[in-house]
Design a protein around this ligand. Structure first.
Ligand code: TLP
Length: 340
C-alpha cells in the first residue's frame, strides 16, 4: 500500500467517526434547523472567543467569504507572498471580491510589523485603501511554521489603530495551538475573523468554520448563500466535526513528533530545507539536491511514497492521523534509498 504524505487532507474518516456520522440527527441548515450544526458552530465560536461561527465546505470558501465580507471592491488585501490565499485560491480575491492583493515576502512566511507599516497605503485618492490584512498560522508553504504571538499582537494592534480588518487563515490553527501550548482564543482574539479547517490535521472528511462577530457572520452567511454554499441536512458533517474536535486535537502532537523524526533523517541526508527548528508542526520541507522536485517525486512514488511538489526545488511531506509508526519507519527507509 502507498504511504500518502501529500497532505493532511488525505485522511479518511475512522470507523468511530463514520459511526457518529451515520447515527447523526439531521435538520435543514438553510432554515437554521440542524441541531448538531448549530452545536458545532457554537462550540467553535466559544473555543475561539467569538460571537458567532459558520460552517462552510472548504478552507478556500472560508477565506474567500472573509475577504468578501470584510472588504469592498477596489480595496487592497495584504498577505504573505507564499500564503494560501495568494497562491492556491484561484485568484479568488480578484474574482469574487474585486480586491487587489498586495503580497509581502515574509521571513520563512512570517511578516513583521515594520513590513506591514510600510505596506499600508496612506489616505490618498491615488492609492487603493488597505481593507484587510490576512495572516496564516501555521504557515503551510513555509513548512508549518508557527506565528509567534507577539508578532501577531503587534500587527493586530497596528491594524486596529488604523481601522484595518484582520483575518487569520487558521486552516492548521490547532497545530499551532498544540505546538505553542497557547489557548486557541489567544490567537483568535487578535483577529476580526478566523478560519479553522476540520478536514486537515483534525481528520474530518469535509468542512471549515469561519468565526467572528455576529454582524460579520451574518454578512458571511449571506455571501455563503450567494456563492452556493447553503447546505441542507448537514448533521452528519457536523457530527464528524464535533468528533474531530473532541478526539483529534491533543493527538496532533504525534504528527508533530513523526514530522520531527522525518526532518532528522532529511537533515542527515542533507536535504532538509532550513534547519530542524523550522519543523515545528506536521510539515517537512525538502530542498531537492538536483533541483528537480518532479523527478524526485517520481522516484519516491516508485518506492511507495506519495509526496507533494511545492516548487521545482522543494518537496513537502505532511504527517497526519492516518500515518502510523510502521509507515514512519518505512518512509525513513524510502528516504534513505532515494536520497542516500
Ligand atoms: N491546503 C492544501 C492545498 O490547497 C495546498 C494542502 O494540501 O495543504 N489555508 C491553508 C493554509 C491551506 O493549507 C489550505 C489547503 C486551505 C486554506 C484551503 O483549504 P481547502 O482545501 O479546504 O479549500
Amino acid at each position: 500500500m502507498m504511504i500518502d504524505l501529500r497532505s493532511d487532507t488525505v485522511t479518511k474518516p475512522s470507523a468511530e467517526m463514520r459511526k457518529v456520522m451515520y447515527d447523526a440527527e439531521v435538520g435543514d441548515d438553510v432554515y437554521g434547523e440542524d441541531r448538531l450544526m448549530n452545536e458545532l458552530q457554537n462550540r467553535v465560536a466559544d473555543m475561539l472567543n467569538k460571537e458567532a461561527a459558520l460552517f462552510v465546505p472548504s478552507g478556500t470558501m472560508s477565506n474567500q467569504l472573509a475577504i468578501r465580507s470584510h472588504t469592498k471592491p477596489g480595496d487592497e488585501l495584504i498577505c504573505e507572498y507564499n500564503s494560501h490565499i495568494f497562491n492556491y485560491e484561484g485568484g479568488g480575491p480578484a474574482l469574487l471580491s474585486g480586491v487587489q492583493v498586495h503580497p509581502l515576502y515574509g521571513d520563512f512566511g512570517i511578516l513583521n510589523i515594520d513590513q506591514i507599516k510600510a505596506a499600508v497605503r496612506p489616505d490618498d485618492h491615488h492609492f487603493a485603501a488597505t481593507g484587510l490584512i490576512a495572516l496564516e498560522n501555521t504557515h503551510n508553504r513555509a513548512g508549518g511554521v508557527v506565528y509567534p504571538l507577539p508578532v501577531i499582537e503587534a500587527i493586530s494592534n497596528f491594524a486596529k489603530t488604523n481601522g484595518i480588518r484582520t483575518h487569520l487563515d487558521g486552516a492548521r490553527l490547532m497545530n499551532a495551538v498544540i505546538a505553542s501550548g497557547l489557548d486557541p482564543a489567544a490567537y483568535a482574539d487578535q483577529f476580526d475573523s478566523v478560519s479553522l479547517c476540520l478536514s486537515k490535521g483534525l481528520g474530518a472528511p469535509i468542512g471549515s468554520i469561519l468565526s467572528g462577530s455576529a454582524e460579520f457572520i451574518d454578512t458571511a452567511h449571506r455571501f455563503r448563500k450567494v456563492f452556493g454554499g447553503g447546505m441542507r441536512q448537514v448533521g452528519s458533517l457536523a457530527a464528524a466535526g464535533l468528533y474531530a474536535l473532541a478526539h483529534h486535537v491533543e493527538r496532533l502532537v504525534e504528527d508533530h513528533d513523526r514530522a520531527k523524526d522525518l526532518a532528522e533523517v532529511c537533515l542527515e541526508l542533507g536535504v532538509l530545507e532550513h534547519d530542524l527548528t523550522w519543523t515545528q508542526t506536521n510539515i517537512v520541507l525538502l530542498a531537492c539536491p538536483e533541483g528537480d522536485a518532479f523527478e524526485l517525486e517520481a522516484k519516491f512514488e516508485k518506492e511507495g511514497l506519495l509526496v507533494s511538489v511545492v516548487s521545482e526545488k522543494r518537496i513537502r511531506l505532511v504527517t497526519h492521523l492516518d500515518f502510523t509508526d510502521k509507515q514512519l519507519e518505512k518512509t525513513k527507509q524510502i528516504l534513505k534509498i532515494v536520497l542516500g
